[in-house]
Structure formats: C-alpha cells, structure tokens
Design a protein around this ligand. Structure first.
Ligand code: CU
Length: 503
C-alpha cells in the first residue's frame, strides 16, 4: 500500500528490536513536550534565523550576546535540473541543494523546527553536526509528510558544520541532496571579509550515464560501489558557471564556506589561478594554515578558505581529482573584475607558448611568423595592401596557440578522438556558425553536440581566462584554414564583442 507507512513501520520495528544497538539512522522518538528553560535562557531575546539558498550566505552576526534563535527549515522534494536535459528528483532542505545556510552564534539556544511539506512522499529528519546530543537531532526530528517537529539545542562549539538527513537508507537521502551547512560564529565573530559564498560538493548516482537525458533516478548499486556519474558543486552541472558564476572585484577578500555532502566522495578543493591565503582546515577555528594550493575536505566535513583577489580574470573552482571537474561536473567559476596588474600577471604576452617535441609543427610556425613579420615590414614600406599577409600571419600565430593548447584534445591533425573529442577538421558544426565557434572557445561547451553525424556529450573547458581576444581570433583563423577547412580571418574586435556579451 503506502510506501511511507511501510517504511515507518519497518523503522519502528527496527527501533524496538535493536534498541540496544547504536544506529546511525534514527527512527522516530516520542515527543516529550516543550523543554522548560531556566529563567536566564527564557530571558534571552528571540530572533528568527535568516536562511539563504546557495551561493548566498546570511549576513554576519553583529550582536555580542546570546539569543534564542528560531530556525524554520522546510523539507521539499522537487524535480529540478541536474545537467542540461537531465532532471532529477531532489530531496531538499529549503528547496535547494545544498540546503539553506543557517548562521548562529556560539552559546545561542536554538529552537529548531523541521517542517516536512505535505507533498513529500517520505519521512525525513536532520542530523546537525553542530549539535551536541545523540544523533545530532535525528531522532527528535523524524518527521512524516505534512508534519512538523521541534527540538531545542545549545550551540556549544563554534565552527562550520554539515547537516544532513539521517533517515534510512541514509546514503540515499544524502545522495538525493539532503545536506547543507550551519555556521556557528565564535563569540568574538569571524574576521571581516568583503564577500562570502556558500558552495558544497556532492555526488549523484543516476541510473543513466553522465548527460543521459530525461528524468534520472537514484541507483543504489552505483552508490554502494561509489561510482557516481555526477560530482557537482551546488547541486547541478554548471550551477556556478556563466551568469551564475560567483563574482567579486580586484582588492576584495573573499571567504568560501565549502562543504562536502557526499554521501561518499571527498574533495581536493582548489581554485585555478589563486592561492588560499588562509585555510581553516576541516573548519576548525584554531590558527589557519597559510598559503595553501589545494585543501582536502572530507565527506560530511567542511572548510573555510579566504583569499585576497589581486588580479582580474575567471578563476575556476575544481575538485582537483580532475576528471570529476572536467567530466562529472565539479567545476565552478569566480569572476573577478577590475584593473589588471601586469607585474603580478601579464595576461597578454602572446608568444610565450612552450612547444614540446610533440608540437614540432608549432615551433616551425614560430620561425615562419618571424619571417612573415619582417616580410610585412618590408612589404608595408613598398605596398600598403597587406591584408593577405595579415591573414597568413594570423594563421601562423593561431597554429602556435593550437599546438600549445587545443591539440591536446582535438589532436594535431584536427581529427579529434572518437568518443572523447570532436573533430575540427571538416566539422560541419563548427563551420556552420562562426560566432558560435568564438563563444565555444571563450565560454566552453557542455551537453550533447553533433559533429558530422556523431553525437558526443562531454565538456570543453572555457578558455576566456587563458586566451586574449587576439589569440582567440588567431586560433580560430588557423582552425578555419587548416586540414582542408577554408574561411575568412577572425577579428579580435569581434571576439571582444562576444566576450563582453551578457547572457
Ligand atoms: Cu531525508
């Protein structure tokens, strides 16, 4: 009959039979009535907690005394996008993955309400790692659809803590998105920063492969084998890219509250092109580690990283176990605007490409470029009509960019690799739309793409942080004129216009 009732009775039975056995997943516990608070606690001001969905963080706490904080968290089962064309039934706290960010202060007495929406199909609960008490609140919050549970706890330890569902089967509830972060600010507060962000990594065990379209469901066998098709930041592939990228300005100090929901996979958290000035390892509030490149974050754990942004650009957040980033979705972006500091980073030195033995053709083309340069100089003196030579020059410069960057995937002969990288040689897809080609090089490409009748569903990383407008124009001029392709030269001005496009 009713799945939920069956499950509930199974849990009750398990609780009775195994009363003495410690369980990670907690079934229901009978309500004991509201706690009678001592007068000094009941005298505390009552404050309604501000909850935010990712990547937002509630404002810093400015009060200097404890409070009774009321948290109202709603459990919602929602169908939402996991990747382009891929949907998933997420179980959430507050409608988002990760769930709402909760911010309280050390010493606060929290009146916690867990409200399970009537449209839910299953009971849920919550285990907050910030709670000192059996199950972290799990048994006290076991809540049927259309019900609400209340319990009280005092935040004894400051820190950044994961919360998650602990209803059986626990890995399935977490694997469907039931996790989030609760920050317990220390009494003295945290150091002030200019921007704070909320990012969590978690993996999804879909029945279909990565990118397989349609509504996907949870695959328990894959979960047990720890073979997730998706490992993502903030609940979906691309949740933090393009117009959803995190944004800041040069000179800002940013803090990322980074957690791992799991249920299984740990993260080697790294930001490409930045160094964490401070890492509060495992979100412990002792002295931070300084000048860290990559920090390991356990499943069911968190960290706080802080970095001052010295130069503009797009900085890529990854799990540095990199196939997770480039093939499973664990990739986000931090876009930093402001004036360049070319001593810190001279992003425009276009000839500094190293060409290894594999890219011999590239170094020949460097020589050829030098020849053409002097030829142009000579020719310009005698003849102002130099258009043809400029295109040839762009082709040679573009070839160097190609041999330093694109060839690793699309191959030196432009034929790609079947099943992994699409061809650029005679690519009907590429040749059909020049602006789209510029956009792909700048912004990357995800989702299914059909080239010469063969469909691939992979990820091309964006190159906008790596290449100048001129380099993009040159490399496309090269690929549009190599391996039998023919096409006009691309202009840096056109690339610039597309780079500045708003979505
Ligand atoms: Cu649950």
């Amino acid at each position: 009959m009713n799945v939920y009732l069956k499950l509930l009775s199974r849990l009750l039975l398990a609780a009775v039979c195994a009363a003495a056995v410690a369980r990670a997943d907690e079934g229901p516990s009978a309500p004991a009535g509201p706690v009678v608070l001592p007068p000094e606690v009941s005298a505390l001001p009552v404050i309604q907690a501000v909850l935010t969905s990712p990547p937002h963080v509630p404002p810093a706490i400015t009060r200097t005394t404890s409070a009774r904080v009321v948290v109202n968290l709603e459990v919602l089962e929602v169908v939402a996008r996991l990747a382009d064309g891929v949907e998933y039934t997420f179980w959430t706290y507050g409608g988002s993955v990760p769930g709402s960010f909760i911010r309280i202060r050390e010493g606060d007495v929290v009146e916690f309400h867990l409200n399970n929406h009537p449209s839910s199909k299953l009971p849920h609960n919550i285990d907050l790692h910030a709670v000192t008490g059996a199950g972290g609140g799990a048994a006290s919050t076991f809540t049927a659809p259309g019900h609400s549970s209340q319990f009280t706890f005092q935040a004894l330890n400051p820190g950044l803590y994961v919360y998650h569902c602990a209803t059986a089967p626990v890995p399935m509830h977490i694997g469907n998105g039931m996790y989030g972060l609760i920050l317990v600010e220390p009494k003295g507060g945290l150091p002030a920063v200019d921007k704070e962000f909320y990012v969590m990594q978690g993996e999804f065990y879909t029945t279909g492969k990565f990118g397989e379209e349609g509504l996907q469901s949870f695959d328990m066998a894959k979960a047990i084998d720890e073979r997730p098709p998706y490992i993502v930041f903030n609940g979906a592939v691309g949740a933090l890219v393009g117009d959803k990228a995190l944004s800041a300005k040069v000179g800002d100090t940013v803090r990322i509250y980074f957690g791992v929901g799991g249920p299984n996979v740990v993260s080697s958290f790294h930001v490409i092109g930045e160094i964490f000035d401070r890492v509060y390892t495992e979100a412990g509030l002792g002295a931070p580690n300084l000048n860290v490149q990559t920090t390991l974050v356990p499943s069911g754990g968190a960290t706080m990283v802080e970095m001052k942004l010295e130069v503009p650009g797009t900085f890529i957040l990854v799990d540095h176990s990199l196939t997770r980033a480039f093939n499973k979705g664990a990739l986000g972006m931090l876009k930093v605007e402001g004036a360049a500091n070319r001593v810190y980073y001279s992003g425009k030195e276009i000839d500094a490409v190293y060409l290894g033995a594999q890219a011999e053709a590239g170094s020949d083309s460097a020589k050829r470029e030098a020849q053409l340069r002097s030829q142009i100089a000579a020719e310009t003196k005698a003849n102002p009509v130099i258009a043809g030579l400029t295109k040839e020059m762009q082709i040679e410069k573009g070839k160097q960019v190609y041999m330093g960057l694109c060839f690793a995937c699309h191959q030196a002969d432009g034929k790609g690799l079947p099943g992994a990288f699409p061809p650029l040689a005679a690519s009907d897809y590429m040749l059909a739309d020049r602006d789209r080609a510029i956009r792909i090089v700048l912004k990357g490409l995800t989702g299914p793409v059909t080239v010469n009748g063969t469909t691939l569903n992979s990820v091309m990383p964006p190159q906008e942080a790596v290449l100048t407008d001129a380099q993009v124009a040159d490399v496309l001029t090269y690929v549009y004129n190599a391996w039998g392709n023919t096409g006009e030269a691309f202009s840096a001005a056109k690339v610039k216009a597309i780079r500045n496009e708003t979505h």
